[in-house]
Design a protein around this ligand. Structure first.
Ligand code: BES
Ligand code: MN
Ligand code: ZN
Length: 499
């Protein structure tokens, strides 16, 4: 989709469809009032008939509005003027996107960013508009025999801003928004692809393809034999139960100064998690194809960083494996030796994410990282604790916690901090190894993070449990592409591009 900024006389703008906001109760937004006046009160007259009240997300298409340059006018409800916030703003945008994508028009001029909801600025409103439009017209059809693309897809949206001063911020917002949206789309594609196609090798090929497109990105794939040499006994133990070979995917982007410490993003890449010998119940097990969404967020964020050519050094690390029951799979009680030398008693083979992550996190030490952030669909317990809106943030680094929380707020892709106190650590005690791979019934997201913390002592580190946010279930089933927006926001901040 293509985006542009327009300013100047709204009544003269030529477009197939002009999008205007209407507040409850039938109150015209400022741009709508301009059009109302030019049309001799046409909009007021229509609203008086009562077909649109202004309720958020309700729409009304008008034709032949007199006295203006646009062919159609799409009125969209934005709720109460005083209550316009980011949530209702996004809802109104989404309603227009869906309607236009399924309709006859392929281009539109949208005035909604000019309404600047509570707590937002022109940069934020335009960026949200770009990401929302792309998100709403996203379609997954890779594995559909019959592909049914819309006859007249929405391919171009212009945004009208009332003041010329706002245009510079708005142009920047389009650039950033389009890059984030592209990264989100890649993460969604990878997440939605089924486990029989999206294997560890497929993820490795995806990384290699990304690397061949960009001269500043170097991609290395470690094979099982390489991992064996490094002593990655925890990671390899998970993959032993699978016929697909595990891969450790390394993507090294050098956009920053020579020698500047890299930001390292690590993503859990379980391309299918059946639980192993501690097998999961059958219901909804298909959703465990999404167990590589942490990895997908690393790919998506890397793609966004490449497109924006961010002046940073960034490394993506993706341990990729399947977790299946097999004669050679991990058994409860088995003890493995991690790359760090610490031994692990595997009391539940379904707690496999931490086993592949711990070796990947030890490997990260060789990058002498400025910071390591890992993303993982790690625990059902995190979804029980926080529901499906924020990711769970775990770190003992106060400054980093603040930075990540702020990036989530900024991007509208929030996380919520969870405790990582030493009080929980003793739950991992084992009579036979240095630690067990599970704690008690309680606080499962926290004991999982405690496990990872034992492998991340040599650098600043944070963990995002994304089990609740990486995909939607039910009728809307599909990957969300989160937390690519949060991560890209963080990288933009570190590159000094948000001042
Ligand atoms: N990938 C799952 C976590 C998960 C389950 C995310 C369901 C979203 C929905 C992870 O590998 C897992 O199985 N975790 C176990 C840990 C337990 C055995 C300590 C879990 O959450 O039940
Ligand atoms: Mn599992
Ligand atoms: Zn898993």
């Amino acid at each position: 989709m293509e985006f542009n900024i327009k300013s100047g006389d709204l009544t003269k703008q030529k477009t197939p469809c002009l999008i205007l906001g209407v507040f409850e109760k039938r109150k015209l937004s400022e741009p709508a009032a301009i059009i109302d006046e030019a049309s001799g009160g046409h909009l007021s007259e229509v609203l008086r008939k009562g077909d649109l009240d202004g309720e958020t997300g309700r729409t009304l298409m008008l034709y032949d509005v007199p006295g203006i340059g646009s062919e159609r006018v799409l009125l969209v409800g934005c709720g109460k003027r005083k209550e316009l916030d980011r949530r209702s703003y996004r809802k109104a945008l989404a309603a227009t996107a869906t309607l236009l994508d399924n309709g006859r028009t392929t281009a539109a001029l949208c005035t909604l960013p000019d309404l600047v909801p509570e707590g937002m600025n022109p940069y934020r409103t335009v960026r949200d508009a770009v990401t929302t439009y792309v998100e709403k017209v996203y379609r997954y059809d890779r594995t559909k025999g019959e592909k049914k693309p819309p006859k007249f897809p929405l391919t171009r949206v212009d945004f009208w801003v009332s003041s010329k001063q706002g245009t510079k911020a708005a142009e920047q917002a389009i650039r950033h928004g389009a890059a984030i949206a592209g990264g989100v789309a890649l993460a969604r594609d990878l997440g939605n692809l089924p486990g029989n196609l999206c294997t560890p090798s497929y993820l490795a090929d995806t990384a290699v393809a990304l690397g061949s497109d960009h001269s500043k990105l170097q991609v290395k794939i470690l094979e099982e034999a390489d991992m064996d040499k490094l002593g990655m006994g925890a990671l390899l133990s998970v993959s032993r139960g699978s016929r697909q070979p595990a891969k450790l995917i390394l993507m090294e982007y050098r956009g920053g100064k020579e020698g500047a410490k890299p930001i390292v993003l690590v993503g859990k890449g379980l391309t299918f998690d059946a639980g192993g010998i501690s097998i999961k119940p059958a219901a909804d097990m298909d959703e465990m194809k999404f167990d590589m969404c942490g990895a997908a967020s690393v790919f998506g964020t890397m793609k966004a960083a490449l497109e924006l050519e961010l002046p940073i050094n960034l490394v993506g690390v993706v341990p990729a494996s399947e977790n299946l029951p097999d004669g050679d799979a991990n058994k409860p009680g088995d003890i493995v030796i991690s790359m760090s030398g610490q031994t692990i008693e595997i009391l539940n083979t379904d707690a496999e994410g931490r086993l592949i992550l711990c070796d990947a996190l030890t490997y990260c030490e060789r990058y002498d990282p400025a910071v390591v952030i890992d993303m993982a669909t790690l625990t059902g317990a995190c979804v029980v604790a926080l529901g499906k809106h924020p990711s769970g943030l775990f770190t003992q680094n106060e400054k980093l916690a603040g930075e990540i929380l702020a990036a989530g707020e900024g991007a509208g892709d929030r996380s919520w901090r969870m405790p990582l106190w030493d009080d929980y650590q003793e739950e991992l005690d084992s009579n036979f190894a240095d630690m067990a791979n599970i704690g008690s019934r309680w606080g499962g997201a926290i004991t999982a993070a405690c496990f990872l913390s034992r492998y991340t002592k040599k650098y600043p580190w944070a963990h995002l449990d994304i089990a609740g946010i990486a995909w939607l279930s039910g009728k809307e089933k599909g990957a969300t592409g989160r937390p690519v927006p949060l991560l890209t926001e963080l990288l933009l901040g570190r590159s000094g591009q948000l001042e």
